[in-house]
Write a protein that binds this ligand. Structure first.
Ligand SMILES: NC(=O)C1=CN([C@@H]2O[C@H](COP(=O)(O)OP(=O)(O)OC[C@H]3O[C@@H](n4cnc5c(N)ncnc54)[C@H](O)[C@@H]3O)[C@@H](O)[C@H]2O)C=CC1
Ligand SMILES: CC(C)CC(=O)C(=O)O
Ligand SMILES: [Mg+2]
Length: 368
């Protein structure tokens, strides 16, 4: 298969880990006989420096023409004092909106070998395997007005949703639950927010279309607590943009590091964008110590969701698991008697295991 992929490294560790994504894709291309072409574009703070805007027109055009997009991360202290329309994060929100990526899938599944990396009790963490389905193009991050008011002493942000925006993400979540353990937890703040009341109403209506899926409603404050107290009770969580943003960083603690969580940002059809859940990590940027696995696992999601390449995606995921099982890890993780290594070497190890991986070889011979 021939596929054209746009790379958006962004800022901070985004510049370092995007190379890891490319390395695993080059190995996949060679192993499975695909042709992947790459085109790199600026977004975020780097784009502000180079083009005077966090989302240049040419970046948007290239993404719209691509078969899929991989993004590192945006942001950093260098750009923190810019006016809000020039903030790097506006570039990320902008590309999600431009591409219509309303569904952000954030799988949270730990590796056995990394149980000790989580500050939580091993027996709590070991059975956790959940998927956060986060609404990505509505809610507080997009509502207008969002501004400081004239006297400078008051501010407003707007949490706005239209019924159809809730319906499509709820449908996506029910469909995702059907592919997993058929349980959906809808997280809201319906005891206070009008938007959450509509959200709950839509979930109640939709559940009649999915009688095989059990549904539970949970208030977001309780959900934040239960995610840590008893993560195994969750299968699929569906929630609005900001709640999903916050809960997914919290859920990363189950895996041991934010550097372990991949994500897929999707629409019903058309181009998908794949990005780690974490940000640009300015505190460790430029040191070659960032964990590349969230980015690498995001490329696996891209192969599966955008290209229908299930075996190729599994090849990456299996190699990651093997490398971790062997004890290799970056500084953010802890493995007893493990081998701490840097971003470049961790990537090399994954590529090496992909090239040796039996499962990949079997698939190769099936394609030969
Ligand atoms: N998707 C994106 O592009 C996102 C961008 N941001 C932006 O990133 C910048 C930094 O934000 P923070 O609040 O510090 O969040 P962050 O996610 O960048 O970092 C939080 C903590 O996790 C660590 N961390 C994150 N990714 C890691 C990795 N791959 N390997 C090892 N450690 C990792 C960092 O070192 C830091 O201690 C801000 O400008 C923020 O707006 C934040 C979240 C998402
Ligand atoms: C610009 C932010 C909304 C990015 C972020 O934290 C995220 O998408 O997880
Ligand atoms: Mg976030």
């Amino acid at each position: 298969m021939k596929k054209h992929i746009v790379l958006l490294p962004g800022d901070g560790i985004g510049q370092e880990i995007i190379g890891s994504a490319r390395a695993v894709l080059e190995e996949i291309a060679e192993k499975f006989g695909h042709t992947f072409t790459f085109e790199t574009h600026a977004i975020g703070g780097t784009a502000v420096d180079e083009h005077g805007t966090p989302l240049p027109e040419e970046t948007v055009t290239a993404c719209k023409q691509a078969d899929a997009v991989l993004l590192g991360a945006v942001g950093g202290p260098k750009w923190d004092d810019l006016p809000s329309h020039l903030r790097p994060e506006k570039g990320l929100l902008g590309i999600r909106k431009e591409l219509g990526l309303f569904a952000n899938l954030r799988p949270v599944k730990g590796f056995k070998k990394l149980l000790g990396s989580s500050p939580l009790k091993e027996e709590l963490v070991e059975d956790s395997d959940l998927l956060i389905v986060r609404e990505l193009t509505g809610g507080l991050y997009f509502g207008t007005p969002s501004e400081r008011q004239e006297n400078g002493q008051s501010v407003v942000d707007t949490l706005y949703y239209e019924r159809h925006e809730i319906e499509r993400i709820v449908d996506k979540a029910f469909q995702s639950a059907r592919l997993r353990r058929n349980h959906l937890t809808s997280v809201d703040k319906a005891n206070v927010l009008e938007s959450s009341k509509l959200w709950r109403e839509v979930v109640e209506e939709k559940k009649t279309d999915y009688p095989d899926v059990t549904v539970e409603h949970m208030l977001v404050d309780a959900a934040a607590m239960k995610l840590i107290q008893n993560p195994a009770q969750f299968d699929v969580i569906v929630t609005e943009n900001m709640f999903g943003d916050i809960l997914s960083d919290e859920a990363s603690v189950l895996t041991g590091s934010l550097g372990m969580l991949p994500s897929a940002s999707l629409r019903s059809d058309g181009v998908g964008l794949y990005e780690p859940v974490h940000g640009s990590a300015p505190d460790i940027a430029g040191q070659n110590i960032a964990n590349p696995l969230a980015m690498i696992l995001s490329t696996a999601l891209m192969l599966r969701h955008s290209f229908g390449m299930d075996e190729e995606a599994s090849c990456i995921e299996k190699a990651v698991e093997e490398v971790v099982d062997l004890g290799y890890h970056t500084k953010d993780l802890k493995i007893t008697n493990g081998i701490e290594t840097n971003t470049t070497n961790m990537t090399h190890k994954v590529v090496e295991y992909m090239s040796q991986n039996d499962a990949c070889s079997c698939i190769m011979s099936a394609y030969a």
